[in-house]
Design a protein around this ligand. Structure first.
Ligand SMILES: [Zn+2]
Length: 356
């Protein structure tokens, strides 16, 4: 999972001419190209344009030769669909919502396009994207700009690097966290190794489809990225997912703990560590971790939601109901099964008042 990572400032235009001619440092061109089936999704803003399907296809085709040479993949479009959402979401939330709410329909990944009004100011951001690894990418273009032919394919290439598990590195290469530093289609050695493994994945089964040896190598590569100073939540989160896939909850929880130290205000981190403890059968310690998190995060809604189901498991219905109410109030309602249980048959009798 990722935070929105990229902005393309205006001044990068000067470097643009170099993009298409740049030689690729290939991790994969000698190994056969993996085909990834992608469903193209246009949100209501993107789909309002005439020929939106052609516009999406042009971006993908412009990136195509680099996809094969740099990432060792090619995209096969399985279909185009529109998707209406409720707006007022940041780009990350939008990507998350897309992958949570849309069926894959035979595709491996979802490739979303959205559109924003042209921002004001010459240094305003134009094209960016966010990615949920192994699942989906959301690319945001801006209306009325002429740079899309150049930048959109580059942003797509970078985001598909994340899709294949790639992490940010501090070198002027494709996975640099700042697009502006350089437009490069070179891939650094660490990401070459990561992507070479993840290219083998069965997208339907995710990390669980990798062998124990592959997972172990991958975990080692992510630890390497973290040790190199790339201590981003996204990298830690990917490492956590990996340990879960390997069934190693002890190490997953340890990484979760490192995330809470590194990024204490990130609600997704607390949500994840609570989930880990809960899945490991430790609802009680999950609650101990999550209660203080409420004070620390900007957006406590997801933490309340997590606490509601944990307290339910711990048979503390009052606490569960309290957190469920707060979660709903903050726009993160608990799922319908829990709501149903809290409202009806499992409501405990008040222990201080014996039944008559
Ligand atoms: Zn990035």
């Amino acid at each position: 999972m990722k935070r929105p990572c990229h902005r393309v400032p205006f001044f990068i235009l000067i470097a643009a001419a170099c993009l298409t001619g740049m030689a690729a440092d290939s991790p994969a061109s000698d190994q056969g190209i993996r085909t990834i089936r992608a469903m193209v999704v246009a949100d209501q803003h993107f789909a309002r344009q005439t020929n939106w399907e052609r516009k999406a296809r042009e971006v993908i085709e412009a990136a195509d030769s680099n996809l094969a040479a740099v990432l060792g993949i090619r995209l096969e479009i399985t279909g185009y669909r529109r998707w209406r959402h409720s707006d007022a979401m940041d780009l990350y939330r939008l990507a998350e919502m897309m992958v949570d709410s849309l069926p894959r329909q035979g595709a491996d990944i979802l490739l979303g396009f959205t559109l924003s009004p042209r921002p004001s100011g010459k240094n305003a951001a134009r094209t960016d994207g966010v990615t949920i690894p192994l699942t989906g990418t959301m690319i945001r273009l801006y209306q009325g700009t002429s740079d899309q032919n150049i930048f959109a394919p580059y942003v797509l290439l970078h985001e598909l690097g994340h899709l294949l598990g790639g992490v940010h590195v501090n070198s002027p290469t494709l996975m640099s966290p700042v697009y502006a530093r350089v437009i490069s289609t070179n891939l650094d050695p660490l990401n070459q190794q990561i992507i070479r493994i993840i290219r083998e994945i069965d997208f339907a089964r995710g990390y669980a489809s990798l062998s124990p040896a592959q997972l172990e190598s991958l975990a080692g590569l992510y630890e390497q990225a973290i040790n190199a100073g790339n201590h981003e939540t996204v990298t830690l989160m990917q490492l956590t997912e990996m340990y879960i896939a390997a069934g190693d909850y002890v190490r997953a929880i340890d990484v979760g703990r490192r995330m809470t130290v590194y990024d204490p205000r990130n609600g997704a981190v607390w949500d994840k560590i609570g989930d880990l403890h809960a899945r490991y059968g430790r609802a009680d310690s999950a609650v101990v971790l999550l209660e203080p998190a409420l004070e620390k995060v900007d957006d406590p809604g997801p933490v309340h939601r997590r606490l509601a189901s944990l307290y339910f498991r711990l048979d503390d219905m009052d606490a569960s109901r309290r957190h469920a109410a707060m979660a709903g109030h903050l726009g993160f309602p608990v799922d319908s099964a829990l709501r149903h249980n809290l409202d009806t048959d499992t409501l405990p009798a008040d222990p201080k008042r014996p039944r008559q």
